[in-house]
Design a protein around this ligand. Structure first.
Ligand SMILES: *Cc1c(COP(=O)(O)O)cnc(C)c1O
Length: 218
């Protein structure tokens, strides 16, 4: 696993170099969903401190087991999966909620968070019927309302690209997300997973969410 991590970090640096970008502008979110605590601890030992989880309950159990940062653990978690509005009180457990997919959820997070909770808006760039996220044309009014809410810090956009046999097929979707990010004057761009992170980096990703290439097949 430490070897996987080193290989991925190197590959991220290569992709950044090829794109004329600074590798330090790209953060690796190690997606640890379904990975037992020992796997996360091994990754921490290998120097990885940022993790992504898609289920709140699973993430809370892991956070509790790892102990508070004050106890010496430097690990931080991003929520990358759907969060029900009625569970918004758990948002503050995360360093960032990447998967804000409705104004309703943003309002609930705003009510429930005490200080500035970092969030991304999830965009369904390909307009897939099965996927959560804002449609691109819903973003402007949603952002206007969400940016006005207290206790939230809207940092950027996130997307989960469609499954594709050829990763090149996802490039236009990544490009579209970057254009939206630029149009709204945001910073963060979370896109790219095991199959397509190289392309996401070429298209401007600032956060890549990688699970299987680090922890193995789920
Ligand atoms: C599982 C997951 C990932 C990581 O996918 P891999 O193919 O394991 O790299 C990234 N983003 C989200 C939202 C996920 O649910």
């Amino acid at each position: 696993m430490a070897r996987n991590l080193a290989r991925i970090r190197e590959s991220i640096a290569d992709s950044a170099r090829q794109a004329g970008r600074d590798a330090s502008d790209i953060e690796l979110v190690a997606v640890s969903k379904t990975v037992p605590l020992e796997g996360i601890l091994a990754a921490i030992d290998a120097g990885q401190t940022l993790f992504g989880e898609n289920r709140v309950q699973e993430a809370l159990l892991k956070l509790e087991a790892l102990g508070a940062p004050a106890a010496g653990q430097a690990a931080a978690f991003h929520l990358i999966g759907h969060l029900q509005s009625n569970k918004a009180r758990h948002g503050s457990a995360f360093a960032m909620v990447e998967s804000v997919d409705s104004v309703k959820l943003a309002r609930a997070l705003s009510r429930r968070s005490h200080d500035s909770l970092a969030i991304l808006l999830e965009v369904n760039v390909a307009g897939e019927a099965s996927k959560d996220g804002f449609q691109p044309d819903e973003l402007e009014p949603a952002l206007r309302e969400i940016r006005a809410l207290p206790n939230l810090n809207v940092q950027g956009l996130m997307t989960v690209a469609p499954l594709a046999v050829d990763p090149e097929e996802v490039r236009p979707h990544f490009r579209r997300l970057r254009e939206l990010r630029d149009a709204f004057g945001l910073d963060a761009l979370s896109m790219g997973m095991t199959n397509d992170y190289e392309i996401a980096i070429a298209e401007g990703a600032t956060l890549v969410r990688i699970g299987r290439a680090i922890f193995g097949e789920r």
